[in-house]
Design a protein. Structure first.
Length: 119
């Protein structure tokens, strides 16, 4: 059974930092691309960042470029999202997801972790 478990969310002031982690089990982690998504209240879920299976390439939505960094540790079956210079508009539930094929939808999703940025 595949599980993706996010952690590291919380309440932080604007300008602060958080690091999210997503621990994967039940899959061959090193063969999956990993993504981070977020959903704010009343809004659609949106793409935040993604990293290829090898970690050689990373992608970001424009609003987080330069502030967030996605990385992975295949030996630990874990993907991270370092979030710096946080803004109130970053407030959302953050989800990690695993993707076996870049040309297809994400296969597995975590349950999410809440990030709240106060002004």
């Amino acid at each position: 059974q595949v599980q993706l478990v996010e952690s590291g969310g919380g309440l932080v002031q604007a300008g602060g930092s958080l690091r999210l982690s997503c621990a994967a089990s039940g899959l061959t982690f090193s063969t999956y691309g990993m993504g981070w998504f977020r959903q704010a209240p009343g809004k659609e879920r949106e793409f935040v960042a993604a990293i290829t299976w090898s970690g050689s390439m990373a992608y970001y939505t424009d609003s987080v470029q330069g502030r967030f960094t996605v990385s992975r540790a295949n030996a630990k079956n874990t993907v991270y999202l370092q979030m710096n210079s946080l803004k109130p508009e970053d407030t959302a539930v953050y989800y990690c997801a695993a993707q076996s094929n870049r040309n297809k939808e994400y296969d597995y999703w975590g349950q999410g972790t809440q990030v709240t940025v106060s002004s």
